[in-house]
Design a binder for this molecule. Sequence first.
Ligand code: SAH
Ligand code: TRP
Length: 322
Amino acid sequence: MSKIVSISSDKIFIKKENIIPFLKNKNKSLPTKYLYDEIGSKLFEEICATKEYYLTRTEKEILDKNASDIIKTSKAQELFELGSGSSKKTKPLIFEALNENDLLTYFSFDISTKALKMSYNELKKISKKLNIKLLKGDFNNDLNKLSYSKKNRLFLFLGSTIGNFNNNLAEKFLKNISSIMKENDSFLLGVDKIKDKKIIHSAYNDKEGITMKFNKNILNVVNKEYSLNFNEDNFLHNAQYNSKKSQIEMYLESTTNQSITLPNNENVKITVGEKILTEISRKFSDNTLNILFNKASLSLVKSYTDNKKYFSLYLLKSKKYF
Ligand code: SAH
Ligand code: TRP
C-alpha cells in the first residue's frame, strides 16, 4: 500500500465546539465534508452506479472520448486530482498521459482515507511507469500547502464537486487553483449543467434509496466526531431542486420534535418538519461559469460535452500567463 501523506490542518484535533454554530443557527446545517467517511465514500460509489445518477456515466463518456485531446492539448506531464474519490473515471487520462510520458506521477488528493485507498487499488496495477501519491487534506483549506513541481501539471476537479460550493466558496476555490498554477499548468473542471428538473431531481432521489443512506450517514459521522446523539430514524431524506437557484438542496427532515445535546451541553430543539441542510449541488449555465472563470482569472482553452449537453468539461489556464 502506498503511504498516505496528510497535509490537513485539522489533523491534530477537531475542536468539539466547531459544530455548535451549524446547529444553533436558525437554518441548521452540517459540514458537508462529513458525508465522506468509510461508509459514505463506499455509498457514493454506489450512487454513481445507479440508473438515475446520470452525472458519472455522462462525464465518463466525455472523458473516454476526449482523453487523448485533453492530454495532448494540455501537454500534461503530471496529474493532480482534487477530491479524487475512487479515480475510476480518471483512468483514460492516465493511460493517455502514460503514452506521452516516460514516467508519470498521479496525485490523488482527498479528505477521505477510504477514497484514497480505493484510488490506490484502482490504479496500482496500471503500469510500473506510474507513480501514485496519496494526499489527505481539505481542498478548501490546504491547497496552499501543495508542493511545487517543475512538470506541466494538469489539475483535475471532476464529478461537479464545484457544484457543492456556494458561489463565494466556488470563486475562492477557483482563485486558489488559478494562483497555484504555473505557466504550463492546466485545469480540467467537470460541471453539471442546467437541464430538465425531473432528470435532476431523480438523480438525487434514486429508487433504491442509496442517496438516502448516504445523506443519513452524515449523522453517524458527526455523532462520532462530536459525541452527539442524532438518531437517523428520526429523519427523512429530502432532496429538492430549487429552480430559482439552479441547485439541488439536500436536507435531513425531522420526523418528530427532538432535542440534540451540543458539546457545550446546551440542548437544541429540532421541531417536526424542520430541515438540516447537508449538501447543495448547483447546476450551471455557460454564462454563470464564464463569470466565475473571469473572477478567478481563468481562461477557457477548450470545452467538451456530451450529445445531450448534460455535463461539460472545461480545460482552463491561469490568465496570468494566457
Ligand atoms: N471525483 C470523484 C468523486 C467526487 S465526490 C468523482 O467524480 O466521482 C467528492 C469527493 O471529494 C469525495 O471523494 C470526497 O471524499 C472528497 N471531498 C469532499 N470534501 C472534501 C474536502 N473538503 N477536501 C478534500 N476532499 C473532499
Ligand atoms: N458532486 C456530486 C453532485 O453534486 C456528488 C454529490 C455530492 C452527491 N453530494 C451528493 C451525489 C449527494 C448524490 C447525493 O452530484
